[in-house]
Design a protein. Structure first.
Length: 462
């Protein structure tokens, strides 16, 4: 019985890893083939210049906010149709002062200050506050540590000529790549994830992902989907699926580049990726059933959407399949199961999904003319092993949070049930004894307000 169960786990995980493996090969070959052809140009209406609001959430960003706002002053999009809102999210440093200096010099730059009572509740909360303040037809989002190209607004906005487009995503490029090995490996991930993965999904009519920055939305779509979900750790991934489930598309704009400052140490990398993994898993539990049932997604969008939603589970599944396979060897399994072991090390190194599989990185670096950085590709094996730990911890944390939340709900229901019983018993007691002047019940307030009595009973019991 144990062997049969392990074989089922091993077969399922191997089949899923092979599916991701094929997916990434298709993505790589698609971009490689398309790169040899002239890319289709979007027919742009030269008169199409909608009003644009740029939201910049900032919390304790005094080191970088000035650089971003300086770049905003250089944007070539007409300033009379541009609104830049810096959302000072309860910063304790000079973020607000720096932003206000730019606001006083440039009328299209505004500052929205949130104090400790209203701010500090996460990026999604800050973005919703900015959305309420904004006036543009198109809402673009930039993190404070980014540095956009001068014509990036034009490149992103032109896609909204198509009424089916609800959101767009540009390409982040690491500008502190040369700092150390961590930033170089993140550069490899970005090359694989955007130069190949995102571009292939756009070319194939699948589901390009909004990444939370260097992108934006049609305002009407953002309002229709309810804005930024403040309960989600990765509101960007959540919005990606909200847009598709509402019947719109996300377009990837590879030539809309924006330079980012990547984390430069493994501790910061862990914190960032742990939040991404846990948030992505949240979104998976929220949207996977809707993706399956949606009538607004075609079959290939559903398949790609489900694979995208489950991508952060794959490192966990890889290690599960590894231990299941080892156990089968020790317990003695069939030759067919032993033959499937070939796919475990291949998938272990290759299927890394949004963590950029090595062949996507290799082709992406080749297309970008980045041949020297390819020497670091073997180190992605360490990065993937590190992400196995991160994703496993994220899954355990999410499971623990759900169990605790369920226990709190159950406890609350039991408390309410107990209170109702006490109230009922108190009323019965009052109706019988409180009208008797000789009774030991001398507290007529208790009889008149049995719920207060029951509350005191419950709280004293705790």
């Amino acid at each position: 019985m144990i062997i049969e169960a392990l074989e089922a786990i091993f077969l399922f995980s191997t089949a899923l890893m092979m599916a991701y493996l094929v997916r990434h090969y298709v993505f790589t070959l698609t971009v490689l083939r398309r790169s040899k052809k002239a890319k289709d140009n979007i027919a742009v209406d030269v008169n199409y210049e909608p009003t644009v609001s740029i939201l910049v959430p900032a919390r304790d960003e005094e080191k970088v906010i000035g650089r971003l706002l300086q770049r905003m002053t250089k944007l070539t999009y007409p300033h009379d149709k541009l609104q830049v809102i810096t959302i000072d999210d309860a910063s304790s440093d000079r973020t607000r002062q720096i932003a206000e200096e730019f606001s006083s010099s440039y009328p299209f730059i505004e500052v929205l200050h949130r104090d400790e009572k209203t701010g500090g509740k996460g990026k999604a909360s800050a973005m919703n506050a900015g959305l309420n303040r904004s006036t543009g037809e198109i809402i673009l989002c930039f993190d404070a540590d980014y540095s956009p190209e001068r014509d990036i607004v034009e490149k992103l906005v032109k896609n909204f000529v198509d009424p089916a487009v609800g959101a767009v995503q540009g390409r982040p490029v690491v500008f502190n790549e040369s700092q150390n090995v961590v930033t170089r490996l993140i550069t490899l991930e970005r090359i694989g994830g955007y130069r190949i993965d995102q571009e292939a999904r756009d070319n194939l009519g699948l589901i390009p992902q909004f990444g939370g920055t260097v992108g934006g939305f049609r305002r009407s779509v953002l309002e229709e989907t309810g804005g930024f979900d403040e309960s989600m750790l990765t509101e960007d991934t959540d919005l990606t699926f909200q847009v598709y489930l509402a019947g719109f598309k996300v377009r990837y704009v590879g030539d809309a580049e924006c330079y980012e400052e990547a984390v430069d140490n493994w501790k910061a990398y862990w914190r960032q990726r742990h939040r991404w993994a846990r948030g992505h898993m949240q979104v998976c539990f929220k949207h996977a059933p809707h993706v399956l049932r949606s009538k607004k997604l075609n079959i290939k969008e559903k398949i790609d959407g489900l694979l995208l939603l489950h991508i952060y589970f794959m490192p966990v599944l890889t290690i599960v399949s590894f231990f299941a396979g080892v156990s089968l060897i020790l317990l003695g399994s069939s030759q067919f199961i032993n033959a499937l072991w070939f796919f475990v090390p291949v998938s272990f190194y290759s299927l890394v999904g949004n963590f950029a599989p090595f062949f996507e990185v290799g082709i992406g670096a080749y297309l970008d003319g980045r041949t020297r950085i390819q020497w670091l590709i073997p180190l992605l094996l360490f990065v993937y092993s590190y992400n196995i730990l991160i994703c496993t911890k994220a899954l355990l944390d999410l499971a623990a949070a759900k169990i605790l939340r369920k226990n709190r709900v159950t406890g609350l229901r039991l408390t309410i049930w107990a209170m109702e019983i006490v109230i009922l018993e108190t009323r019965q007691y009052c109706s019988k004894d409180c009208n008797d002047s000789k009774s030991h019940c001398n507290y007529r307030n208790t009889c008149n307000n049995p719920s207060a009595y029951s509350y005191n009973v419950l709280t004293s019991a705790h």
